[in-house]
Design a protein around this ligand. Structure first.
Ligand SMILES: NC(=O)c1ccc[n+]([C@@H]2O[C@H](COP(=O)([O-])OP(=O)(O)OC[C@H]3O[C@@H](n4cnc5c(N)ncnc54)[C@H](OP(=O)(O)O)[C@@H]3O)[C@@H](O)[C@H]2O)c1
Length: 336
């Protein structure tokens, strides 16, 4: 079978498509014939050996797939051959077949397309967990999303809006902000692409105050870096700051008197660990996401679809900050 292979850590252009043996399932596993996969920021970290969990070389990157189960091993009760599933795998997704634990699969309802389901895993799974389970977001809340047109960011704009919150989207260009507006943002905040721009940092809080929302109740932050502190300074009493990621590459240091004075909490979001500890709650979250798609309260935004051979270009598009929403890999291009 064809697989994208990382033989040495480094940039996307080091990755090659090779023929490798098909997998055989271990106890509790299923084989998925992969139809499509989504590209995610952690894929870039894994191939560059910068992620917290590291597979041994050589390996295939790709942290989530959609496809059809073609074989099941002993010990699998709730899935059968022919089921359409999302597979959450961390690595190994950019290939024609994958063997993963049945517990890491979510059944796709018949009325949800592979294309929509392919966008959901990391971005929407993380975001529903963050907004619902970590922040307990309420319809009267104002939600600030940084990096708002990215994969998890746009998911937060859409889910926040669907849950009734007023959404402030913050991103680095008018084009990206327009996409956020189309997906439910009420207020738009442009920041400098150079995130160490001092003037832009000062303007960040000023712009939020100018929206007249009276501050922010929930911050959803996949960026880290220099806008974290100005964001906290705009928070209301009982606010919840969601630490989602560090796409800027910088982990911010926050003066600890700020949460005290603001009466707000800092809440970590580690979705992969949540899925391991509470698969049944994650399953319920996906039922909710499927329902949002069904009711047209949520339409995933797909920036581009690349064939498997062009996965390095897809990863490069993500790395160069030129995409919005999700980028997909069509492993079986007739079915996605
Ligand atoms: N906590 C969890 O469980 C979890 C789960 C999934 C992902 N994450 C994390 O969330 C973050 C975003 O992931 P994603 O898949 O949404 O990525 P993405 O689609 O690439 O979006 C990231 C956004 O960050 C902004 N950005 C600012 N500086 C950047 C830089 N130096 N390089 C790239 N982007 C930069 C870009 O928007 P602007 O140009 O508008 O600034 C971009 O749209 C990552 O750190 C990822 O590891 C965490």
């Amino acid at each position: 079978m064809k697989a994208l292979v990382c033989n040495q850590y480094g940039p996307p252009e080091n990755l090659v498509v090779n023929d490798i043996p098909s997998p055989t399932p271990s106890v509790g596993d299923v084989i998925i014939d992969v139809i499509g996969a989504a590209v995610n920021f952690p894929d870039l970290l894994v191939i560059e050996n910068k992620y917290q969990i590291q597979p041994p070389l050589p390996f295939s990157p790709g942290s989530e797939v959609v496809g059809i189960i073609s074989a099941i091993a002993e010990g699998v009760e709730h899935l059968k051959v022919g089921d359409r599933v999302i597979g959450l795998c961390l690595t190994g997704g950019f290939r024609e077949q994958i063997s993963i634990s049945a517990l890491a699969c979510i059944k796709i309802p018949d009325d949800i397309s592979f294309r929509n389901a392919a966008t959901l895993g990391l971005a929407y799974g993380t975001t529903i967990y963050a907004l619902k389970d970590r922040a307990n977001i309420q319809p009267q809340d104002t939600l600030l999303v940084t990096g708002a047109s990215g994969g998890v960011g746009l998911a937060a704009v859409q889910i926040g809006k669907a849950m009734g919150a007023t959404v402030i989207a913050a991103a680095s260009s008018n084009e990206k902000l327009n996409i956020c507006k189309q997906h439910g943002a009420t207020h738009l905040l442009k920041y400098a692409k150079q995130l160490d721009d001092k003037e832009s940092q000062r303007n960040f809080s000023k712009q939020i105050k100018s929206f007249g929302t009276g501050g922010v109740d929930v911050v959803y932050d996949p960026l880290g870096g220099n806008y974290a502190e100005p964001a906290i300074r705009t928070m209301n009493w009982n606010g919840r700051y969601l630490v989602v990621g560090f796409a800027t590459g910088q982990i911010p240091s926050i003066p600890m008197n700020l949460p005290l004075l603001k009466g707000c909490s800092l809440s970590g979001v580690f979705w992969g660990e949540f899925v391991k500890r509470h698969p049944e709650l994650n399953q319920a979250n996906f039922e909710y996401l499927f329902e949002l798609i069904r009711n047209k309260a949520l339409t995933p935004h797909i920036a581009s679809v690349y064939p498997l051979e062009q996965t390095p270009q897809a990863l490069y598009q993500l790395q160069s900050r030129t995409s919005s929403g999700k980028i997909l890999i069509a492993v079986d291009s007739n079915r996605i």
